[in-house]
Write a protein that binds this ligand. Sequence first.
Ligand SMILES: C[S@@+](CC[C@H](N)C(=O)[O-])C[C@H]1O[C@@H](n2cnc3c(N)ncnc32)[C@H](O)[C@@H]1O
Length: 249
Amino acid sequence: MDIRNIPEYELARLREKAKEIKGSTTDYEQEYKSLLTRRLNHEPLQYIEEYVPFYTIQLKVDQRCLIPRPETEFLIELIKENTNNPKSILDVGTGSGCIALMMKALYPNSEVSGVDVSQEALSIAIENAQLNSLAVNFYHSDLLGNVDTSDLDVIIANLPYIPEENLVGLDKEVIDYEPLLALNGGEDGLEVISKLIKEIENKKLTNLMLCLEIDSTKSKKTLDLFSNWKEVKLYQDLAERDRYVFATR
Ligand SMILES: C[S@@+](CC[C@H](N)C(=O)[O-])C[C@H]1O[C@@H](n2cnc3c(N)ncnc32)[C@H](O)[C@@H]1O
């Protein structure tokens, strides 16, 4: 990337970040140059800055986890509108822990857990729990594989949903830096999500609401996966794209 492609606000933020180096002007200049080089190599600004705001909390992010997106902040808003003090919440595919931690911040009396198949993601989620002093139980699980409670009011999942063949078309910022495990939704983009829905059905979990973030082009196919659920609602994001499915059983 050429420096002319980096907007001024990003350069200003890199300058601010470089100031964290305590030392001489030469130390500052070297640090700024090194941060700029990382950005010129397409590393996302958020990984360089190390911390991002998410809803009302602050999260550490690096290549161990996906960078939380604004669409996921909107998912939190929808969950707030659709729940009434849930007692037990599970976040499947927790990544940085953003959703699970925000749930605990909103519902301090709830039992909140977050699972991920990536040990690296879990390690950063645990750091983020400490950073925000929020008591969330993070543990390793391939979807519901290690989840032994059936007492769940809400399951939230922002699982990978990009069809495998579309991965090559992603920006370098995404494909070269964010974890593939967080992006790859298999052949049709619905592989992981449909597996989760089947696991919920096979475990005969009931009286729960499943809140999904989905790919806008897959809303019809996602809705088809809920043929025997009680109530299924589709929500749009602020750009009016179908992005969320809330289903109860
Ligand atoms: C799209 S990222 C979302 C991360 C975070 N929840 C967020 O909203 O920013 C998907 C996450 O699901 C995890 N994941 C992928 N397959 C999984 C599986 N089979 N079981 C559990 N977690 C999985 C990935 O490691 C990744 O952290």
